[in-house]
Design a binder for this molecule. Structure first.
Ligand SMILES: C[S@@+](CC[C@H](N)C(=O)[O-])C[C@H]1O[C@@H](n2cnc3c(N)ncnc32)[C@H](O)[C@@H]1O
Length: 314
């Protein structure tokens, strides 16, 4: 598949590298870049399996369908005519959906195969979106140097865990936002990461950019969602997917995300916590409510499973 090449940097050596450079988390440091490069390889392998379940997404979007959920639409507000940078856009379903709301969208992702799929989706759906393949740290730096300017920056669902440097991310976003521009983030709640699949609280609240090896690499979460992430209909697609390319996550607490954004000069407008998860069934016994909203089993206390932030450039 694609350009993922060989097995890439071994996870053991990545962990050793990261450990030996503890505290050296700048985006220019060797460990962070090696980790992001390894993550690119892991995503490249996973994209084909993930997209194999999405059905006729292009046809669905062509007919006015959307992959967006109400939470991000509310936080984003009116997008008509807005210049929007969609960071970590993956295969572009949300990017095209944002363009259908009137935004002029630039999608950015590190994965070669995700960007190739996104371009194909834009072509097939007939909805113009510009896609740029880049490590978001390089992209933000370059966009800042070239004085590129956006009215909205958006990222969602499984994005913060891939950030090796929260401060550089927030500063880069603040730099490319035009005055009055808005950053919107919707992601899975870090508190939910303390549970195993059976809802047992077996893990600590990870934060501080703690590195978490994902030896099994990026998994087939679209297939595992059993339709939760496929509004165009669920296709059986690839079965029994295994990823030979490991990956590496970085864990950040909710307070750290908010603080990084505030320190970058953005004014926090809203922080929402949601006791449900859109699309993904991370835990056993989750019940599906209308709108592909997944909630814990009957009788269980509520747990924050997602959060949303909107922030404004003054
Ligand atoms: C879980 S997906 C995000 C889901 C996406 N919002 C969607 O609509 O499908 C995470 C994405 O982050 C991308 N990514 C990870 N590290 C990155 C980096 N350093 N720069 C740019 N993209 C990155 C991956 O390639 C992947 O497509």
């Amino acid at each position: 598949m694609g350009s993922e090449g060989g097995r890439g940097v071994a996870l053991d050596s990545l962990s050793a590298l990261a450990a030996s450079r503890n505290g050296e988390k700048g985006r220019g440091s060797i460990d962070s870049r090696d980790i992001r490069e390894q993550n690119r390889l892991s995503w490249n392998v996973a994209v084909g399996a993930l997209d194999s379940h999405r059905g006729d997404l292009a046809g669905f979007l062509r007919e006015g369908g959307t992959t967006l959920f109400p939470e991000e639409r509310t936080l984003l507000g009116n997008l008509e005519g807005r210049r929007l940078a969609h960071l970590q856009c993956n295969s572009g379903g949300d990017s095209v959906s944002l363009a259908l709301l009137g935004a002029r969208v630039t999608g950015v992702d590190i994965s070669d195969n995700a960007v190739a799929a996104a371009r194909e989706l834009s072509r097939k759906s007939g909805v113009p979106v510009a896609f740029e393949r880049a490590d978001l740290y390089d992209w933000l730096e370059d966009a800042g140097h070239r004085k590129r300017s956006f009215d909205v920056v958006f990222a969602s669902y499984g994005v913060v865990c891939w950030l090796s440097d929260l401060a550089a991310w927030a500063e880069g976003i603040s730099t490319v936002l035009a005055p009055g521009g808005r950053f919107v983030l919707v992601d899975f709640h870090p508190a939910a990461d303390m549970f195993d699949a059976g809802w047992r609280r077996v893990k600590p609240y990870r934060c501080g950019g703690e590195r978490q090896p994902l030896e099994e690499g990026v998994g087939d979460y679209v297939g595992e969602s059993e339709g939760g992430l496929t509004p165009a209909g669920f296709a059986q697609g690839v079965r029994g997917f295994e990823n030979p390319q490991p990956a590496h996550l970085s864990r950040w607490g909710l307070g750290e995300v908010i603080t990084a954004l505030a320190r970058s000069g953005l004014r926090i407008l809203a922080v929402e916590e949601y006791p449900y998860s859109n699309g993904e069934r991370h835990f056993s016994g989750m019940r599906e409510l209308p709108g592909r909203r997944m909630v814990p089993p009957e009788g269980m206390h509520s747990v924050p499973l997602m959060y949303g932030i909107s922030a404004e450039k003054s």
